[in-house]
Design a protein around this ligand. Structure first.
Ligand code: G3P
Ligand code: CA
Length: 229
C-alpha cells in the first residue's frame, strides 16, 4: 500500500507548492498527488482550481496568464512566506533522484486544454521519470489519449459521482486503475474491482478510522492531506 500526499502535505503546508511536496517527502509519504493546468504560454503549472483566486494573491484563470505573470503572485495563502506557483518540471526534477512517486491529475474536466496530454508525457519522458508517474483524470478522453500515446502508462479514472456509470466505463475502456472518492468503497466493490485486476486508489481520506477501514478492505493507494501511521 502506498500513501500519497494530496496536493502535497496540504494538512500542514500550502497546497500544490514545492514546500508541500518537499515536506511530504520528508514526512515519509511514498509520493504526492498534484493537479496540472496549462498557462497562456503553454507552460504546465501545478494548481488545483482553474482560477488562481482562492490560493494566491492574484485573480483570473490560469489559462489567461503567462507563467511570468503568475510568478508575480504569492501562492502561499495559508501562512507566512513567499511561494511561487510550481511548474510540473520543478516537481519532476525534485523526484528524479528519489524513491518517490507523483500522481499527476490532468485537470481537463472543466477546461479541455488542447494538447496537454502530449505535453505532460513528453516532459515526463525527457526527465526520465516514467516509472514514477501515475496519471489520473475525471475526464475519460484524457485517459484514452494517454493510453494511445503510451500504452504502458499508469492511468486512473477519477470518480466522485455516478459510481455505476464510471465503473462500466472503466471496464469497457480497459483502464488500469480506479480512483473513487473514499465514501464509495465497501467490501463488495473492492472485491469486484480486484476480480477485474484493477488498482484501487482512493481519496481524500479524512481520518485514521477511514484510513484503517480502507487498508482492511485492501486498497492499493491512499491519498490524504494528513499523514497516517
Ligand atoms: O486525485 C484525487 C483528488 O485530488 C481529486 O479531487 O478535487 O481534490 O482534485 P480534487
Ligand atoms: Ca486532484
Amino acid at each position: 500500500m502506498k500513501k500519497l500526499a494530496h496536493r502535497g502535505y496540504s494538512a500542514k503546508y500550502p497546497e500544490n507548492t514545492m514546500e508541500a511536496f518537499i515536506k511530504a517527502y520528508e514526512q515519509g509519504f511514498d509520493g504526492v498527488e498534484t493537479d496540472v493546468h496549462l498557462t497562456l504560454d503553454d507552460e504546465l503549472v501545478l494548481i488545483h482550481d482553474e482560477k488562481i483566486n482562492r490560493t494566491s494573491t492574484g485573480k483570473g484563470y490560469v489559462k489567461d496568464h503567462t507563467l511570468k505573470e503568475l510568478r508575480n503572485y504569492n501562492f502561499n495563502y495559508k501562512a507566512y512566506g513567499e511561494y511561487p506557483i510550481p511548474t510540473l518540471k520543478e516537481l519532476l526534477e525534485f523526484i528524479q533522484d528519489k524513491e518517490f512517486v507523483v500522481n499527476i491529475e490532468l485537470k481537463t474536466d472543466v477546461i479541455h486544454y488542447d494538447g496537454i496530454e502530449a505535453k505532460v508525457l513528453k516532459l515526463v519522458k525527457e526527465l526520465g521519470v516514467e516509472d514514477k508517474v501515475y496519471y489520473s483524470s475525471f475526464y475519460l478522453p484524457t485517459l484514452l489519449k494517454i493510453k494511445e500515446l503510451n500504452p504502458d502508462a499508469y492511468v486512473g479514472y477519477l470518480m466522485e459521482f455516478k459510481y455505476k456509470k464510471k465503473y462500466q466505463e472503466l471496464l469497457e475502456n480497459n483502464i488500469l486503475a480506479f480512483h473513487p472518492r473514499y465514501t464509495f468503497l465497501n467490501e463488495k466493490r473492492v472485491q469486484e474491482l480486484k476480480q477485474h485486476n484493477k488498482i484501487i486508489a482512493t481519496w481524500t481520506v479524512p481520518n485514521f478510522k477511514e484510513y484503517q477501514r480502507l487498508i482492511d478492505l485492501g486498497v492499493d493507494i491512499i491519498i490524504s492531506n494528513e499523514y497516517f501511521k
